[in-house]
Design a protein around this ligand. Structure first.
Ligand SMILES: Cc1cc2nc3c(=O)[nH]c(=O)nc-3n(C[C@H](O)[C@H](O)[C@H](O)COP(=O)(O)OP(=O)(O)OC[C@H]3O[C@@H](n4cnc5c(N)ncnc54)[C@H](O)[C@@H]3O)c2cc1C
Length: 479
């Protein structure tokens, strides 16, 4: 906790000075006494069982933390009470949805208390005519889409983790997925949020209208802030009508270089109405065939593509799609998949399949403007070849978003750090970003300065101080 905050409040105003003495007194209580006070407010909702704390002390990254307790709120009032308690006792809090983050975002450090939103999972209010739904943060992405299916609607951002990740966690990381090629990431789909700020105030930001020029756009600021500015207690998200027909195509190509060039060409042909454009290398295909018993081509690389079309135009759309690809040598017949969600489920299992084969892996996620994508992939392969480390590449290629994975347990720390520094320098040199969608969390913090100037980071940290003056919300993460 940033002790300067106490000092600043003490010198500026006499009321906060008294408050600060109260906080100082509370800080001297031991952890058990602090938790007892929380438990007396939130009866039956504060968990300290050692096995549960162990589970909630990690996410899907290699980072390990140490939760002091897990709180299971069932309402916004419970969340507000928890934040009030945390402010009074200067205890850090970490919000948690599905715990699927990959950069340590949801890992509690230094004895933080985890707020597990999984019990706040109600779909509150569907507005079919205005294409929106109000949900609690713990609603799982896939469950929301199952609920919407009968109504002919869907919620477009579909991260590979959609079976386990939540709308609150998706919003906090500005998650994206294969269909973000057409539909964009969470920032395009969250219209409003009820939030508890680090000031222990519950408020609402946003609008039910399609557009608004009223005030600062706090929703877009909070989305992607990794739970460092406020905790979502409700989200109003936009919906889209399910397209008349979706067709999945898997196109085998000779090698990764051909695949990335084909991606660029496809992104320049909007008439194809492609909604998702992914690429995978040979090792991904092999891993899915072995671990998931899939029947994917054994080519050097492949594209996984979703095309939206009217049913009667499907044949013509697919033949236009193949004719755009005629400059590139295919390594076999394209496979067509009518059950497109099954194709995305398979695609979403790449990471877990690689982990099953090779153990826990280091996972990276960088993005560049689309025309630089082939150069990025070539550069990445070169960096890893020079260091004699085997790397697997895949990703949301249509967005210029590359995922790469490698085994790191045999790597010396210096070698790992220099690999990462070279990777991010290459990406930023191509006008890219060090994370397309996974976020910064803890693992990417050391590299933020490569992408953002000191003045930009200073502005972000001053915003943090305004919305979370006691530095209790996921401290030490994101920026
Ligand atoms: C197999 C696999 C595939 C993946 N594929 C993708 C992908 O395609 N695209 C992508 O973008 N990501 C992907 N990810 C990363 C991850 O799933 C996403 O970041 C996801 O959005 C996290 O959601 P979650 O509910 O699991 O959040 P958590 O991991 O629980 O939390 C993530 C962050 O959100 C904060 N948070 C959680 N709930 C709240 C709340 N109510 N209010 C405020 N902050 C909150 C946490 O404090 C933390 O900072 C993948 C991960 C895995 C394991």
């Amino acid at each position: 906790v940033d002790n300067n905050v106490l000092f600043e409040f003490g010198v500026s105003d006499s009321k906060p000075l008294l408050f600060s003495f109260g906080v100082l007194f509370n800080c001297m209580l031991d952890s058990a006494e602090k938790l007892e006070r929380l438990s007396s407010t939130l009866k039956g909702k504060v968990v300290t069982d050692a096995d549960i704390l162990r589970t909630f002390s990690k996410d899907m990254s290699p980072v390990k933390g140490d939760a002091l307790a897990v709180v299971r709120p069932s309402s916004a009032e419970d969340v507000l009470a928890t934040v009030q308690w945390a402010v009074e006792h200067l205890v850090p809090l970490v919000g948690r949805g599905g715990g699927s983050s990959l950069e340590g975002e949801s890992v509690p450090m230094n004895g933080a208390v985890v707020i597990d939103f999984s019990s706040m999972d109600r779909i509150l209010e569907l507005d079919e005519e205005n294409l929106s739904v109000m949900v609690e943060p713990g609603v799982v992405n896939r469950a929301l889409n199952r609920f919407l299916f009968d109504k002919g609607l869907f919620f477009p951002p579909n991260p590979g983790s959609w079976e386990m990740s939540t709308i609150g966690g998706n919003a906090a990381t500005n998650a994206a997925g294969p269909r973000s090629f057409k539909y964009g990431s969470m920032r395009n789909w969250v219209n409003g949020v009820e939030v508890v700020l680090g000031t222990a105030e519950k408020t609402w930001f946003g609008t039910r209208t399609r557009k608004s020029s009223s005030g600062l756009d706090m929703v877009r600021l909070l989305v992607g802030s990794e739970g460092t500015l406020g905790l979502f207690t409700k989200l109003l998200v936009r919906l889209a009508p399910i397209p008349a027909k979706r067709v999945g195509v898997i196109v085998p190509l000779e090698d990764v270089d051909t695949a990335t060039k084909a991606v660029v060409k496809l992104t320049h042909t909007p008439s194809l109405n492609i909604s998702a454009l992914e690429f995978v290398d040979k090792e991904c295909l092999d891993a899915l065939n072995k671990v998931q018993s899939a029947s994917l081509p054994e080519s050097g690389a492949a594209l996984m593509v979703e095309v939206e079309t009217e049913p009667e135009e499907a044949d013509q759309k697919l033949s236009s799609f193949l004719s755009v690809l005629s400059d590139f040598k295919l390594a076999g017949e394209p496979l067509y998949e009518d059950n497109v969600d099954a194709m995305w489920d398979l695609r979403g299992r790449i990471t877990l399949s690689l982990e099953k084969l090779y153990g826990q892996r280091y996972r990276e996620d960088v993005a560049v403007p689309i025309t630089a994508f082939p150069e990025l992939v070539r550069g990445v392969k070169q960096i890893f070849m020079d260091k004699q480390v085997n790397v697997v590449v895949f990703g949301h290629a249509g967005d210029g978003n590359l995922h790469l994975e490698f085994s790191y347990d045999q790597l010396e720390k210096d070698k790992l750090n220099s690999l990462l520094a070279e990777l991010f320098a290459l990406t930023v040199g191509l006008n890219g970003t060090i994370t397309g969608e996974h976020g910064i969390g803890l693992l990417k913090l050391p590299y933020l300065g490569l992408e953002h100037s000191g003045a930009s980071l200073g502005a972000m940290r001053r915003i943090k101080k305004a919305l979370d003056p006691y530095n209790i919300l996921n401290p030490g993460k994101a920026y």
